[in-house]
Design a protein around this ligand. Structure first.
Ligand code: S3P
Length: 184
């Protein structure tokens, strides 16, 4: 059996990607989806479709707490499927304990760990992330990570996602899943 078949064979629940904005959840989600031949869902994209507007517009017109409510409902629904898929969650989803607990119970959770200076380069000029719409992005990211790190750290798999090289990332993902699923 090849790696893809071996991992797919053993994986019986979704993989939930958690981590800060700009850590590469959408990109890794796409790689995993291709690698494992399963669907990928992005909670921000689903929310934008449901609400008919961009995340930044939802924050602006309806407020962050409204966004968090829809975000929690969306992720809990995705976790209900209990079949292999990849779920890219928004960076702040884990601050809701119900969401964090459901991810821990119903998914293989993967924290994409990225240094703040790498995130800063990736989000440079990006106006789609309302929480980074501040003069000092580094200070905002540092504060968000201080609060979220212990939550992300509860993930089953911790993956260094500082690289922008898709092949290196694929290699790391394959190895991490192989190890987590006890495949040899
Ligand atoms: C947020 C991250 C964003 C999006 C929203 C809030 C956060 O998703 O959900 O802007 O609180 O970190 P990404 O992590 O996909 O950028």
């Amino acid at each position: 059996m090849d790696i893809k078949a071996e991992i797919s064979d053993k994986l019986d629940k979704p993989i939930a990607l958690v981590g800060m904005m700009g850590c590469g959840k959408s990109h890794v989600g796409q790689i995993l989806s291709n690698m494992l031949g399963c669907p990928v869902y992005d909670s921000d994209e689903i929310i934008e479709q449901l609400e008919g507007m961009a995340v930044s517009k939802i924050f602006e017109t309806k407020g962050e707490s409204y966004f968090r409510k829809i975000e929690a409902e969306t992720i809990l629904k995705l976790l209900e499927s209990r079949t292999p898929s990849v779920i890219a969650t928004g960076g702040g989803a884990v601050i809701n304990p119900t969401v964090l607990n459901a991810i821990k119970e119903y998914a293989v959770s993967m924290w994409l760990m990225t240094d703040i200076d790498v995130i800063l380069k990736r989000v440079e000029g990006d106006v789609r992330r309302p929480l980074l719409n501040v003069p000092d992005k580094a200070a905002r990211l540092t504060e968000l990570l201080r609060v979220r790190r212990p939550l992300y750290a509860q993930a089953d798999i911790k993956l260094d996602s500082n690289t922008n090289d898709p092949d290196a990332l694929k290699d790391r993902l394959g190895r991490a899943l192989y190890e987590y699923l006890n495949l040899r």
